[in-house]
Design a protein around this ligand. Structure first.
Ligand SMILES: Nc1ncnc2c1ncn2[C@@H]1O[C@H](COP(=O)(O)OS(=O)(=O)O)[C@@H](OP(=O)(O)O)[C@H]1O
Ligand SMILES: [Mg+2]
Ligand SMILES: [Mg+2]
Ligand SMILES: [Mg+2]
Length: 354
């Protein structure tokens, strides 16, 4: 029997849940100068920094030996020009660390009343995410806000946390504050936390940790799927997906959604397939953008590979290496989608040669 990672699961769910409450409350209070543009031109907000500080500081108390690969780093906040931003982040992170919630408080993990951290401790917590990754041993990966552009638009985003052991994801949590719990039943409200543990299945909970529901991907005909794809055309090729859809006689329009919420939807039977093919050369997919979704889909009975049919390798560093794309789908349709992707690639190659 595989390990159940019971304490890790409790800590990770508590941390993601607090980060979801933090980010959804910060959204309503965001002001213009609280968003920075990073070197790669992507946005980062006080919400991203505060959520990484919060999650990392909880992990560091609960599992002090475990390294962390986090998306953000605190270098801009350590500059004199970053003081205002830093003060705001420290106050948001401390508010989230110390608030009293009915479930999930645990002084040993640095959560609950009296768990304030200093400015220096919280900046160090963010920078604990600077680990370069490894193929051996335990490490966590954090995407404090995945889909920052979706977050800023008030649409989908996700707080993502995963535990990787010896290159393989063993535990994944995805918090989606803006995702309906049950799209068929609006009375169930908005907000879900997806959780998966290797060998122990996938489930979804509400943001108050109620209604745990096991997830599995239903079997389907390839022609009945709709592709779950990125909103940003620069992040994955929409036109390539259209060609794959036509090869499979898919008639449903693709569903565009920011963040790993796409993997959550797939795991609970919506859409049928996640397809993310590179738009050009050079960009390497980051492990924090896929780790939690990878285990969630696999534990819901699906398959996740690149376009060569290889599993994603979470042990080669902060990225997944050369970008061969990501195909995630139920186990009956995955082989068909993989074959269609390879056919569309061959067509593109032939066209480029002509
Ligand atoms: N060029 C390029 N190609 C592929 N991926 C990229 C690229 N640039 C950025 N990113 C990463 O995309 C993450 C968001 O992915 P999504 O699937 O949510 O895309 S989208 O927002 O719906 O367009 C986004 O995650 P966050 O930064 O956490 O929002 C980035 O890590
Ligand atoms: Mg980002
Ligand atoms: Mg991301
Ligand atoms: Mg992010």
């Amino acid at each position: 029997m595989s390990l159940s990672f019971a304490t890790e699961k409790q800590v990770a769910v508590a941390a993601v849940r607090r980060a979801c409450l933090l980010t959804s409350s910060v959204f309503n209070k965001l002001v213009k100068n609280e968003t920075l543009t990073k070197g790669d031109k992507s946005p980062v907000t006080v919400g991203d920094y505060a959520a990484q500080a919060l999650i990392s500081s909880i992990l560091s108390r609960a599992f002090p030996e475990d390294p962390i690969v986090g998306e953000e780093d605190a270098s801009d906040l350590r500059k004199p020009s970053g003081k205002e931003l830093k003060d705001r982040i420290v106050s948001l992170a401390n508010e989230a660390l110390t608030s009293e919630l009915a479930l999930g408080d645990n002084k040993d993990w640095g959560i609950g009343p009296g768990s304030e951290q200093t400015d220096a401790e919280l900046l160090d917590a963010i920078d604990r995410g600077n680990y370069e990754g490894s193929s051996i041993g335990r490490m966590w990966t954090i995407d404090p806000i995945d889909g920052t552009k979706g977050f800023l638009r008030g649409e989908q985003y996700a707080v993502c946390l995963a535990l990787i052991v010896d290159s393989k994801v063993q535990l994944g949590v995805i918090g989606c504050p803006n995702l309906p719990f049950d799209p068929k039943d609006p009375s169930k409200g908005t907000g879900c936390i997806f959780v998966a543990v290797r060998g122990h299945g996938a489930e979804q909970l509400t943001l108050t940790l109620s209604d745990p529901t096991p997830l599995s991907i239903p079997s389907t005909e390839a022609s009945d799927i709709s592709f779950l794809e990125s909103v940003e055309a620069a992040h994955s090729s929409h036109s390539f997906n259209d060609r794959v859809a036509s090869l499979l006689s898919v008639t449903r329009s693709p569903v565009r959604m920011d963040s790993q919420a796409k993997y959550g939807c797939l795991a609970r039977g919506e859409g049928g397939a996640y397809l993310r093919m590179p738009t050009g050369v050079g960009y390497r997919e980051k492990i924090w953008d896929h780790a939690s979704g990878n285990i969630l889909v696999e534990e819901a009975g699906g398959i996740v590979t690149d376009s060569r049919g290889q599993p994603l390798d979470f042990g080669i560093g902060r990225t997944l290496g050369e970008n061969y794309g990501v195909i995630a789908a139920g186990k009956d349709v995955h082989p068909l989608i993989l074959a269609a992707v390879q056919k569309a690639q061959a067509e593109e190659k032939a066209k480029a040669k002509a």
